[in-house]
Write a protein that binds this ligand. Structure first.
Ligand SMILES: C[S@@+](CC[C@H](N)C(=O)[O-])C[C@H]1O[C@@H](n2cnc3c(N)ncnc32)[C@H](O)[C@@H]1O
Length: 270
């Protein structure tokens, strides 16, 4: 699997220098993360693989920097509209929810969700090098106290059963390896009646000219087959016996030929 896939093509000139100089004071925050009551300690199953070592060796500071640059550059117009769409579709407005963004990376989507909701949002990423940046951005926008960050593999989420109201993820699930396991984890961690929205690409409400620009001015030549991915997501829903789901192909067959990607929204049964 090519881990550069989603990074390549998005890289743009860095707007500002990544503030490593000022981040040292955030490391203690990473050690004492204040997750609201749902982060469980390791159990026997999770200790069977030392995931912290895997993360350290495979997910680097450079990976994080590259994605941060992309999120501040060409990808930046994507997050606001996506958050708006999520709030509308998942009915999150003025709800004090607990939300998790898996593979949130720079956490830009979380900041946009914080602007539009009243809940607590958790950045769960396999690469901890994102977190100093994320926490600094959260503080800058006045959302410290409303966000947390925890290093984790999507396939072994460190949360108790029935913990979160909402789980979202953009541009990450293709990296999860055993996706069935990861989606099973998402279902386990969701509260009964909770909702997940997982996918890659853009939201329906992203203007076409903006989407085109993000895709590098091209119609949408992607490095993955969207139709096959949609089928893969359908198969995962079937295998997990999740009935209440929908596959979302925003602006499918638009005149400009811009590909908006693919998403799945599903509810955990009450
Ligand atoms: C293309 S980036 C997308 C980041 C962010 N969601 C966004 O849209 O700006 C993919 C992210 O998934 C994370 N990731 C990759 N494999 C993961 C896994 N198994 N569990 C959790 N996060 C993972 C990466 O570290 C990276 O932050």
């Amino acid at each position: 699997m090519n881990r550069q896939e989603d990074f390549a093509g998005w890289t743009v000139g860095m707007k500002k220098t990544f503030p490593f100089s000022g981040i040292c004071r955030f490391w203690p925050m990473l050690l004492v993360l204040t997750l609201p009551g749902g982060c469980c300690g390791p159990d026997v199953h999770r200790l069977s693989v030392d995931r912290s070592k895997t993360a350290e060796s495979e997910y680097t500071r450079e990976d994080a920097l590259r994605m941060i640059r992309a999120s501040e550059g060409r990808l930046s117009p994507v997050y606001g509209p996506l958050a708006e769409q999520l709030v509308k579709d998942l009915e999150l407005e003025r709800r004090a929810i607990i939300g998790i963004d898996i593979g949130s990376g720079p956490g830009t989507l979380i900041l946009e969700l914080c602007k539009r909701t009243e809940g607590h949002w958790i950045n769960t990423d396999i690469n901890p090098y994102f977190f100093p940046y994320f926490l600094q951005q959260a503080e800058k926008h006045g959302f410290d106290g409303r966000v947390s960050a925890i290093v984790a593999d999507a396939k072994a989420l460190p949360f108790r059963d029935n913990y979160a109201d909402v789980i979202v993820s953009r541009g990450s699930f293709w990296l999860w390896g055993d996706k069935l396991e990861a989606f099973g984890e998402i279902r386990r961690v969701l509260k009964p009646g909770g909702v997940a929205y997982i996918g890659r690409g853009f939201s329906e409400n992203l203007p076409i000219d903006v989407a085109k620009n993000v895709r590098g001015g091209q119609g949408g030549t992607l490095e993955y087959d969207v139709t096959k991915t949609a089928q893969e997501l359908r198969d995962i829903m079937t295998r997990l016996k999740i009935k209440d789901y929908r596959i979302i192909r925003p602006r499918l067959n638009n005149k400009e030929g811009v590909d908006y990607g693919v998403w799945v929204q599903f509810h955990k049964q009450k």
